[in-house]
Each structure stands twice: as C-alpha cells, then as structure tokens.
Design a protein around this ligand. Structure first.
Ligand SMILES: Cc1cc2nc3c(=O)[nH]c(=O)nc-3n(C[C@H](O)[C@H](O)[C@H](O)COP(=O)(O)OP(=O)(O)OC[C@H]3O[C@@H](n4cnc5c(N)ncnc54)[C@H](O)[C@@H]3O)c2cc1C
Length: 388
C-alpha cells in the first residue's frame, strides 16, 4: 500500500493551485461583479486552459485527464471555493458523449466546452425526490414535438441557465422506471416559469420550475423514448462520485483551527483551544477529515482500475457530508452565543462564516441522495442485508 502522491500528481496539484490563485483568488474581489459573473469569467479561463472539460475524451475536445487528475483538480477547487465545470461540463456533456446522437453532440458539446452555455437539472418534483422514478411531469407526443406539463422543484441555478435537462413521464401505464424520457429544453421556451425558493442561509439558489404546454422538438430527447431512466443514472453516477464532500471540510477546519489558537478567540480573554471540550472536538474533526479523504481516494483508485465503486461511493458521500455537518456544529458551539450571529461588531469573520456554514451544511446530506439512501445502499448492496 502506498499513500504517497507521484511526482507527476504533485506537480499537477501545484499547477492547479497556481492557476486557481491567479484566476480565481486574485480576481475574487467584490468590485469585480457578482459571484455568478465571476464564475462565468473563471469558467471561460478554464475552457481556454483546457481544464473545463479535462475529463472528456480527447476526440470530443476534452483533456483525457486521468481519474486522479480530475480528483486533484476537484479537491483543490473545493479547497479554494472555486467553481468546477458545472452541470454542462460535469454531467450533461459526459452523458451526451455516452448516450447522445451525433447531431446532439455536434450541437451541444462545443458550446459546453467553450463555457458558452449554462445548464440546470430538472429531476426532483414535490412528490419525487429519493424515489425519483415516481416522477409525474408529463411529456406527450404531438408530431415532431413533445408537450411538457407539470412541475419540477429544487432546480439549482435555473435563473441563470440557458438549458435544462429534464426527466418526464412519457408512458404512464408502463412500470415506473420504464415510462420515462429524458429531454434537453431551452429555458427561454414559452411556458416555462420560475419561482425562486428562499433558503434559510439567505440565498435563493433554487427555483420551483413550472412547465405549461412547453413544446420541445422530439430530436432533443437523449436516448430512446421511455428509456430515459437508464440515461439519467449515468448522469447521477457523475454527480455522486466525488471528493467534494470531504474536501469541503478542509478549508473551514483550517480557518477554525487558526482562529481557535488566537488570543481571545473565545471572546472572553481566553483561547478556544484552551477549553478541553473544544480541543477534543478539533481532534475529532482532524481524524474525520483524514478518514473521509481516504474514503474519497479509494473511490478514485477504484475508478482508475476500471472498478465500479458502489457502496464505497455511498460511504464516501455520506461520511464526507456528515463530517462537514459535525464540523459546522462544533464550530458554532465553540463560538457560544456568538455562534448564531452573522458578521458585525460582536462577531469575528470566521465566526460569521461558521454561522452561515452551519445553515448551508444542512443541505449536504440531502443533495445528490440523502444519507438514509446512502445507508440503504451500504446495507443492501454492500452488506447483502434485506431491503426494508
Ligand atoms: C443543495 C441541493 C441542491 C439540489 N439541486 C437539485 C437540482 O438542481 N435539481 C433537482 O432535480 N433536484 C435538486 N435537489 C433535490 C434533491 O435531489 C432532493 O432533495 C433529494 O433527492 C431528496 O428528495 P426530497 O427532498 O424529495 O426528500 P424525500 O425523498 O421526500 O425524503 C424525505 C426524508 O425521507 C427519507 N427517505 C426517503 N426515502 C427513504 C427510504 N427509502 N429509506 C429511508 N429513508 C428514506 C429521506 O432520507 C429524507 O430524510 C437539490 C437538493 C439540495 C439539498
């Protein structure tokens, strides 16, 4: 067993860090526009550099990067809170490469690779989340088109997206997994309406997405009619396996640790690290981050060997997201009553960051499959236990 990085991997990591420093950190000042504008500019730099689609095969304009290179890029980007490729480069493009027609590839891949379009994902519905295959949004054929009606929910990034990839029911009489078709729909198509959802952390990153007689050309269907479920599982695999969950704990933990060592970090003349409870909590997080990284690296190692991580990916996703929640909780507890305050005279910068982090971290064990669903996968596919 060798846990060391190769010289090539270390060199690649150093180049990724330097790129992020130059093009994201240095450019990330509020004066340079909203986060969404900065994300667009940065993704354009990534595209020029060939890193936006580093995971795509070379024949489709990608970089043909190894699994470990992709993981290192994702890890470093997450440490710096820098954007990656987004829905288009990370999910829609790879799904089209496997399941799309030649015409669809010609139309969409170059625009995605050049960071010219934004995509969002229309899967979840008010009555279909964990049990996604019970979705009810209907698409009915009308000549060369389908007409879509009903509603999606939790559509991240819908307000700035140009396109949505959306799962619909095309055969209501078939068994639920076999009556679903998968479409690409322009967001400016008449009949699409968005209603933003206000989140408890102050953001409004999601919408409810309504479809009323939305006409989509039949040629925008990915894969075969009524076989869309099997195409979407490809997109979900791309979404779920990733180092991002545990990598998201690294920078907040380092900032909390640095702050905890400062004189008066407890706000009453003491240092947080002088409290035995808080010292042990920091030690617990250090251990969990280490374990979580190894679980994540194992997933990448399996992919690099052509193995399919299944319960291993679920363990990594569940442990990484729950580690972040525990860290966020420990952080706000360390700040005591001030832990509930956002930025202001009574609150340090790190304290305010943790107040927001605590609220945001709730979503981590829901998005991309809840922790309960990951535990079900580990119990059934991993341990061979009966389904509940
Ligand atoms: C940050 C974030 C971003 C998201 N972005 C998108 C997006 O862009 N597009 C999109 O389509 N969706 C998106 N979602 C939605 C997400 O996919 C769903 O929230 C998720 O699949 C859970 O579905 P649900 O909210 O309907 O909860 P439900 O499925 O109703 O679950 C409710 C509770 O019941 C538990 N539960 C359900 N089934 C079982 C079971 N079989 N065994 C044990 N427990 C069970 C769940 O674990 C959960 O605790 C996003 C969610 C979040 C938090």
């Amino acid at each position: 067993m060798d846990f060391a990085w190769t010289p090539e991997q270390s060199d690649f990591r150093a180049r990724v860090r330097a790129f992020i420093d130059e093009h994201w950190r240095a450019a990330s000042t509020p004066a340079e526009g909203t986060r969404s504008e900065r994300v667009k500019q940065y993704q354009a730099r990534l595209a020029e550099h060939g890193w936006l689609t580093m995971a795509w095969p070379k024949e489709y304009g990608g970089g043909g990067a190894s699994y470990f290179e992709q993981m290192i890029f994702s890890e470093e980007s997450t440490h710096a809170s820098a954007p990656g490729g987004g829905q288009g480069a990370d999910r829609v493009g790879p799904t089209l490469i496997i399941h799309g027609s030649e015409e669809q590839k010609r139309e969409h891949l170059p625009a995605i690779a050049a960071a010219k379009v934004e995509w969002c994902q229309g899967y979840s519905e008010p009555g279909a989340g964990s049990d996604l295959a019970s979705l009810q949004t209907r698409a009915v054929r009308d000549g060369d088109e389908f007409i879509i009606n009903d509603q999606k929910i939790w559509t991240s990034g819908a307000q700035s997206a140009d396109w949505i990839h959306v799962l619909t029911r095309t055969d209501p009489d078939a068994p639920k997994h076999r009556g679903i078709s998968y479409f690409m729909v322009r967001m400016d198509t008449p009949g699409i309406a968005l209603r933003p959802i206000q989140q408890m952390n102050g953001a409004a990153g999601f919408t409810e997405t309504f479809f009323e007689d939305v006409r989509v050309p039949a040629r925008n269907m990915i894969g075969e009619e009524n076989r869309g479920w099997y195409v979407s599982t490809t997109a979900l695999d791309f979404e779920r396996s990733g180092i991002g969950r545990i990598a998201g704990a690294v920078s907040p933990f380092q900032r909390l640790l640095e702050h905890a060592r400062q004189p008066d970090s407890a706000g009453d003349g003491r240092r947080i690290v002088d409290s035995p409870t808080d010292r042990l909590a920091l030690a617990d997080t250090a251990t969990e981050v280490e374990v979580g990284q190894l679980l994540g690296y194992r997933v990448t190692w399996m992919q690099s060997r052509g193995l399919v991580p299944n319960q291993e990916a679920s363990m990594s996703k569940m442990f990484g997201s729950e580690t972040q929640q525990r860290l966020a909780r420990r952080g706000v507890n360390m700040f005591g009553l001030r832990g509930a305050l956002s930025a202001g005279p009574q609150q340090s910068e790190v304290g305010a960051e943790f107040a927001t982090y605590y609220l945001s971290s709730v979503a981590l064990t829901i998005a991309a499959g809840t922790s309960e669903i990951q535990r079900n996968i580990i119990a059934t596919r991993g341990l061979g236990l009966p389904r509940g």
